[in-house]
Design a protein. Structure first.
Length: 459
């Protein structure tokens, strides 16, 4: 096992990683930007080093600064968390070349799954179902997209080959929309990923976003820890996730789980990872992408499996084999995660500032992951996710009640949050019935905004 682990992240996930390491008996080292000097992760780690200014590009994304900090202070492992450098093949390779263990898959697998058309090709060959879409390595020109759309039929989804998580994604319902949106999506991809390569997929409406948690060791042993339903997203930012998926059956879980494990095993994947599928109302499912990192929503899987995924990621990176209990797990009850964002609930604009009063909820089955404290200033420079409220109970109806009670109790003064949006979702009849898909918030939000008197926003 490692001796000292450098946490290459901030906020809630940095704290989560520090806790897991301390349980494993590892020393921890935080890195931080000047904007985060008063952050909780800096205090909680055994050591902390300032690596640059507020702009992430010069601090949390600064590969040479992080590698040299690890080498100087003798960290033998680095955990990237999610976001920032977590899916950067160059960073994983730089760690490896410096003799530092990267807690995650090998650089090759990060790069492979980061190339979405390539991942599609591999899955197709492995017999994992994919949606009809562009073949080959992707495309850059509108006329190529037009030819593919003609073959696929509308609506189509324009996706970035280097994308993921919905960035640079656009729905085109007819040729005019394709002509208008393709250049937009391509520019967005170029700005975000430095890549003009795109691909099309047939757009699947009213599907659910169901992702499987994968665990795999260095000896090609792999298993899954069940699924999460992440259909409730706003502009491709997840808002609420849950485990298990409300419409899942044992038979379907077994079938989708086998496909997810095959997806990981055909490439020889190691460490924790997530295989994303779209699940259609007819129970057909399609691979959309694989995420080669721990995810924000890992906590709901932890609650229903009692497996600490962050500890597992560290153990697997150190070369420990997958235990037999991780290859066939029981799903215990239901868990919901509400992502609390520092944003105006009506305009969805970020609401940074000083938290004058912070009192998180608690009690049986309530878990809060946050880096907030009284007097903390939420910086403007980073993601507005400030807390995750996770409720776990014997069944989904109880978990919803527990989440609702917890959110009502949550006191955060000084900044605006999306807690009112969560309370609306948790009170919704379709949500309670588990009857929702990826279009849920699009249908839902105008109603919220009328009730609360906010201005309607076109999306
Ligand atoms: C799709 C899709 C429908 N058809 N692909 C969004 C995030 C990214 N990882 C994949 N996503 C989707 N891909 C095809 N071919 C639906 C989603 C999707 C979604 C789309 C619109 C609004 C909300 C959504 C929530 C989850 C997934």
């Amino acid at each position: 096992m490692f001796k000292k682990l450098l946490v290459a992240n901030r906020g809630t996930i940095a704290i989560r990683i520090i806790r897991a390491c301390h349980e494993l008996g590892l020393k921890t080292m935080a890195v931080y930007s000047t904007a985060d000097k008063d952050s909780l992760h800096v205090r909680m780690a055994d050591e902390a080093i300032c690596i640059g200014p507020a702009a992430a590009e010069h601090s949390y994304l600064n590969i040479p600064a992080i590698i040299s900090t690890a080498l100087t202070y003798g960290a033998d492992a680095v955990h990237p968390g999610y976001g920032f450098l977590s899916e950067n093949g160059d960073f994983a390779e730089a760690c490896h070349r410096s003799g530092i263990a990267f807690v995650g898959p090998r650089a090759r697998h990060i790069r492979l799954m980061g190339d979405k058309p390539r991942a599609r090709r591999i899955m197709k060959r492995a017999g994992v179902p994919i949606l009809p879409g562009s073949e080959g390595t992707g495309l850059t020109e509108l006329r190529e997209a037009q030819a593919d759309a003609k073959r696929l039929g509308y609506p189509v989804l324009i996706k970035a080959a280097a994308g993921g998580g919905g960035k640079g994604m656009r729905i085109a319902r007819d040729p005019a929309e394709l002509a208008r949106l393709f250049p937009l999506a391509r520019s967005e991809s170029e700005a975000a990923f430095g890549s003009r390569t795109m691909y099309l997929e047939k757009y699947l409406e009213r599907a659910r976003h169901v992702e499987f948690q994968i665990v795999a060791d260095n000896q090609r042993k792999a298993g899954h820890l069940g699924e999460r339903d992440c259909s409730i997203q706003r502009r491709h930012q997840k808002v609420l996730e849950e485990a298990p998926c409300p419409v899942m059956t044992k038979r379907l879980r077994d079938k989708m789980g086998k496909a997810a494990v095959r997806a990981a095993q055909v490439v020889g994947y190691s460490n924790v990872g997530t295989v994303e599928f779209l699940l259609a109302p007819d129970e057909q499912f399609y691979f959309i992408e694989m995420n080669t990192r721990i995810q924000v929503e890992h906590g709901v899987t932890e609650m229903v499996t009692s497996i600490d995924l962050v500890k597992e990621s560290v153990r697997l990176a150190s070369g420990e084999p997958l235990g037999s209990k991780h290859r066939q797990v029981e799903i215990d009850g239901a868990a919901l995660e509400c992502r609390v964002y520092a944003e105006d609930p009506h305009t969805h604009l970020p609401s940074p500032g000083i938290v004058t009063n912070h009192h998180p909820p608690g009690g049986l089955g309530v878990r809060v992951e946050t880096a907030l404290y009284d007097g903390y200033r939420v910086p403007v420079h980073y993601d507005p996710l400030i807390a995750k409220v996770i409720a776990h109970a014997d069944d989904r109806a109880q978990a919803i009640r527990r989440a609702r009670a917890a959110l009502r109790e949550y006191l955060i003064d000084g900044i605006k949050t999306n807690i009112p949006l969560h309370l609306e979702i948790l009170d919704d009849a379709d949500f309670a019935a588990g009857q929702f898909g990826t279009d849920f918030l699009a249908r839902f939000e105008p109603r919220l905004e009328l009730i609360s008197g906010g201005r309607a926003r076109a999306s």
